[in-house]
Design a protein around this ligand. Sequence first.
Ligand code: CA
Length: 241
Amino acid sequence: MSSMGSAPAVLVVEDDPTIGRNLQDGLRSHGYPTTWCRTGAAALLQARNASPAIVLLDLGLPDIDGVDLARVLRTENREMLLVILTARSEDIDVIAGLDAGADDYLVKPFSVTVLLARLRAHLRRQPPLEGDAQTIQLGALIVDQVGRRCLIDGREIQLRPKEFDLLAALATQPGAAVSREDLMSGVWDANWYGSTKTLDVTMAALRRRLTEETRQHEIPDTTMPTITTLRGHGYRLDSPQ
Ligand code: CA
């Protein structure tokens, strides 16, 4: 057993006995105090009683829909790291989970080694990609890096942490092409290896939130920055005219 006494507490929510036991054993052997619940109801009680720093949530539970549970857990605890575990690799399910408040997802089967690397990446605080934290105004959009707030036409809009970081990474250098690799290393992890699908999923969610907000409040497109996909390279955010 490791002696990392300060490792954050983990709640594993998984009805599959083999996966649940493997996760619990693997996390405990790396020093994470870990509790394992097999139903959504038990997990909800445990989360309320113990406020774990990390929740690993299987989407396919016997009693409660995992996406619904993710939403409740996130509503009750804004601070925890919520990672959904899914056998469903379709984007729609992943996006539903992320929209419900999850910070990340892993598609089964995955190794405990990969899980631990993901957790370490999330637990490290990332400095801003470029320069000092600042407030950036681009037309109707304001990105306040100090307060970590995003406002459109004076209204604050709710972004998940990685959506905010992604927007800030692009908004700090308007007009510049930013590569996928730079976004992955700056927003997610300096030692990122593997898939950049997380970037696409987060960008899709960010674009959807910005579009919803501008449509709902009839903000003219011409007052908003545009985010252009640069095929084979990355993204560029342009200031409005
Ligand atoms: Ca399951």
